[in-house]
Design a protein around this ligand. Structure first.
Ligand SMILES: Cc1cc2nc3c(=O)[nH]c(=O)nc-3n(C[C@H](O)[C@H](O)[C@H](O)COP(=O)(O)OP(=O)(O)OC[C@H]3O[C@@H](n4cnc5c(N)ncnc54)[C@H](O)[C@@H]3O)c2cc1C
Length: 383
């Protein structure tokens, strides 16, 4: 039997369930006072992020000296899960909380950690991810945006694309080419940098997504100068750093709960006594969701234990995003024959319409379906 993929059995500890009650209470109050409307808008609200920071729920696994709470990845899991189910606007802090902060913790010079990490935990500082380029998406190691040493530090020229919320972010963690790849190692020659988005020479152009909203961008660098201390980790060696970042990016509940409102709305619209087809369909979806959740919690448990479950994270992202991508169609099918009594269907149909337009992105962002399956096959020794 092949044991290269291992999902350690993990249960959420009692303190995580206590925290869940606190988070739910907070979210209900925020909805009541009108801070946000669940699952509405572009999900970006700096003021709300500040309130989350006040609760101690950003960077909560980080050391106290950097503003963290030294709580477990399993407690963070519960917070993420509750925010997703409530449809809360977390985009102003989520990227920094999930992956940029952990990268800084591991690779930034001490002075930068002290300056930036506490402001992330206060919900005052937001991040963008600068990996993809016009000719470098799945193949990250083809990145061409160049950082050249100069007297002041590094001079950057080139173009990033699909950069989510770059137009609102304070900083970006950018993957830049500092040397050519070598014949023996085409991954060599890339370095990660912390980029202040207010740096002269950075131009952010909007890209409008399929729902008509502005969330991602093209980011152009024209002789932008980065100070020397903005380099993260070792020069030319980012290929080692970027892969551990991806375990954080790929395994969380956001990989199958982004459109969970489709399931809750389906349950509402089918009513208290669904027919056999409806009951069976909901049963199937809930069983699949439960299994995905157990797998994802297991990855959180392994991260908590200091392991690097990158293969398991790829499995969660692949299975999770395919599940949520199929959900709108499946729900539409299950609800096909319900009566439109009292205009019961209208909100369901509206949500399904939106979810259908959004759903193609799930299997692209954070690594495409084909790339993930390639990683899994390699991990299993099949290629
Ligand atoms: C909503 C959203 C938000 C995003 N946000 C960000 C962000 O904030 N920052 C950022 O840097 N990027 C972001 N991206 C970009 C995303 O990471 C890339 O779109 C993704 O990595 C794919 O790259 P690509 O679009 O260049 O497609 P390509 O890499 O050109 O792929 C095209 C197709 O070819 C397939 N393919 C490619 N290589 C192989 C292979 N070796 N084997 C088999 N099939 C292959 C792919 O699976 C895909 O189907 C975002 C994307 C989306 C959809």
């Amino acid at each position: 039997m092949n044991n290269k993929i291992t999902f350690d059995p993990t249960r959420l500890p009692p303190e995580a369930e206590t925290l869940r009650a606190e988070v739910r209470n907070f979210l209900q109050k925020e909805i009541q006072i009108g801070t946000f409307v669940p699952h509405a808008g572009d999900g970006y609200d700096q003021e709300f992020s500040r309130k989350v920071g006040d609760m101690g729920w950003i960077g909560m696994t980080w050391p106290r000296k950097y503003g963290g709470q030294e709580r477990s990845h399993l407690e963070r899991y519960v917070v993420t899960e509750e925010f997703l189910v409530a449809g809360a606007p977390t985009k102003a802090h989520f990227t920094a909380d999930r992956q940029s902060g952990p990268v800084l913790l591991k690779y930034a010079p001490e002075s930068l950690k002290q300056k930036i990490l506490p402001s992330i935990t206060r919900g005052e500082c937001s991040f963008a991810i600068g990996m993809s380029e016009p000719d470098s998406g799945s193949d990250l190691f083809a990145a061409k945006t160049r950082a050249k040493r100069c007297d002041q530090g590094w001079r950057v020229n080139g173009r990033k694309v699909w950069t989510s919320f770059a137009h609102r972010a304070d900083y970006m963690i950018a993957l830049l080419r500092t040397s050519s790849a070598t014949e023996g190692n085409r991954r060599y020659g890339l370095t990660q940098f912390l980029v202040d988005m207010k740096t002269p020479g950075i131009l952010v152009n909007p890209i409008i997504n399929s729902t008509g909203q502005h969330d991602f961008n093209e980011v152009i660098f024209e002789d932008a100068i980065l100070p020397k201390d903005r380099m993260l980790g070792d020069v030319d060696m980012a290929w080692k750093q970027a892969t551990s970042e991806l375990s954080f990016e790929r395994s969380g509940p956001e990989r199958f709960l982004e459109n969970i409102y489709v399931l809750t709305e389906l349950i509402r619209v089918l009513g208290r006594k669904p027919d056999q087809r409806g009951s069976e369909g909901i049963g199937r979806l809930v069983a699949q969701l439960h299994t995905l959740r157990q797998m994802s919690i297991s990855v959180a448990g392994m991260l908590n234990a200091g392991k690097e479950p990158s293969l398991e994270a790829a499995v969660v992202k692949d299975v999770g995003t395919n599940w949520e991508q199929k959900l709108p169609n499946y729900a539409r099918d299950l609800a096909a024959f319900i009566d439109d009594e009292g205009n019961n269907r209208a909100p369901f149909d509206k949500l399904i319409e939106n979810a259908t337009i959004v759903s193609p992105k799930y299997t692209i962002q954070g690594g495409t379906r084909e790339i993930l399956r390639g990683i899994i096959a390699r991990g299993l020794g099949l290629r």
